[in-house]
Design a protein around this ligand. Structure first.
Ligand code: HEC
Length: 383
């Protein structure tokens, strides 16, 4: 049997987790109803009646979380290994960076699907978010508000985004995997082994830490779920500046800066290529370039084990910084506690997202990003 390739450990993990999302998602589509009035009750039904499917749903959510984590780690490793310098792998780099987009799309649409207050609020925040972009913003905002229906959101989540993702992953890795000995089944077998610990962790998390969303049978308290890390975190980060900054600065930090970084990363290999156009053989060239840049970073002789150790520490350091920042920004968010006030026991108005949703004239509060964020993070103080 072919040896496992550790270079792309987290990439392999991510691929298997995507498969798992496909399977658990398939099960969920059989129980979920994509209608404004039925979405939430269909999920409550699952929780109140079909324990196994409830577990599957929590598997789906925790997998989403670990998927984001493994993709970030995979990216950090590829970045530190300077894969973008490798001319032959240009497409892999580009498709990898582009895959961030459908991932974000999955998080956003998935967030909205349950259509409790959290999902409803989020649906209102997304048009506000894009609406702040210069020039195209207002048109985009109108488009999102007009185009949104529960059905379209659902189709985007279960059909459009999966197709885009599959095409990109095909170019990113599956095409290569297919050519190897054992093909895709062999790959899944090998990576299944190393992914097993992750799968076990997901199973346990889903069992012992279900999301407290069993309203109204068990209503969570306002601050329930405050310290539960979820995939929702990663999306919320984009909105955070709206709470602390105003005007252009808020948009700059939440949109322009991330977008600029994204573009920069995507074109990295194309941008760096120019410097080495005149050299002959790209493979040798690449390792030359690698050696030179490595040399800049350290005077440590390139003993194999030392390099590995260094790689390990640098990946850990960067990962810890990234996740530390995400955690520090978001751990206070009562991700699951909205139902404590917004439930049918507090009256119809509070229980069901209003019929005038999307209408900024009747509900001007929905246009106020700052209020939305403050209410999200401190619902017991600001409302
Ligand atoms: C401590 C109780 C409480 C919690 C917890 C809470 N809210 Fe609210 N929320 C309120 C009250 C009260 C209002 C004002 C209702 C009104 O104006 O009729 C409100 C209003 C809103 C509105 C205003 C827009 C509208 O349609 O009227 C949104 C959106 C909203 N909440 C979303 C959320 C979200 C999302 C969460 C969870 C992160 C949350 N709320 C948690 C009490 C709460």
């Amino acid at each position: 049997m072919k040896r496992y390739n550790w270079r792309h450990f987290f990439g392999g993990v991510a691929l298997l987790l995507i498969l798992l999302q496909l399977l658990s998602g398939l099960v969920l589509t059989m129980f979920y109803k994509p209608h404004l009035n039925e979405a939430y009750s269909s999920i409550q039904n699952i929780y109140n009646q079909i324990e196994f499917v409830a577990w599957i749903r929590d598997v789906h959510r925790w997998t989403a979380f670990l998927l984001v984590v493994s993709i970030i780690l995979h990216f950090i490793r590829s970045f530190l290994r300077m894969d973008y310098l490798n001319r032959e792998k240009k497409t892999f780099w580009l498709t990898g960076v582009l895959l961030f987009l459908p991932l974000l799309g999955f998080l956003v649409t998935g967030f909205i699907l349950p259509w409790e207050w959290r999902g409803y609020w989020f649906m209102e925040m997304v048009p506000n978010y894009v609406g702040n972009i210069a020039l195209v913003g207002p048109a985009l905002k109108d488009f999102f508000l007009n185009a949104f229906t529960m059905n379209r959101n659902f189709i985007a989540h279960v059909l459009v985004l999966p197709v885009i993702t599959l095409v990109l992953i095909e170019l990113h890795s599956i095409a290569r995997i297919r050519k190897r000995s054992g093909g895709i089944p062999g790959y899944i077998m090998r990576h299944g082994m190393v992914t097993l610990p992750f799968l076990l962790v997901i199973g346990f998390l889903a069992y012992y830490l279900p999301m407290p969303s069993q309203d109204p049978e068990i209503i969570p308290m306002p601050l329930d779920g405050t310290y539960i890390p979820t995939a929702e975190w990663f999306v919320l980060t984009f909105f955070l500046p709206y709470m602390h900054f105003e005007g252009f600065l808020a948009t700059f930090l939440s949109f322009y800066l991330p977008f600029f970084l994204f573009l920069l990363l995507a074109i990295f290999p194309y941008y760096l290529r120019r410097e080495r156009r005149d050299a002959t053989e790209s493979r040798i060239q690449e390792s030359d370039a690698l050696m030179k840049i490595r040399g800049l970073f350290s005077k440590i002789p390139t003993l194999n084990n030392q390099t590995k150790l260094m790689a390990f520490f640098s990946v850990s350091l960067v990962a810890m910084t990234v996740f530390g920042a995400l955690y520090a920004g978001n751990y206070k968010s009562p991700t699951m506690g909205c139902n404590s006030c917004h439930n049918t026991y507090s009256g119809v108005r509070m229980g069901i997202p209003p019929e005038d949703f999307k209408n900024r004239e009747i509900l001007p509060l929905l246009d106020d990003n700052k209020w939305m964020m403050q209410h999200w993070y401190y619902p017991q103080v600001i409302w």
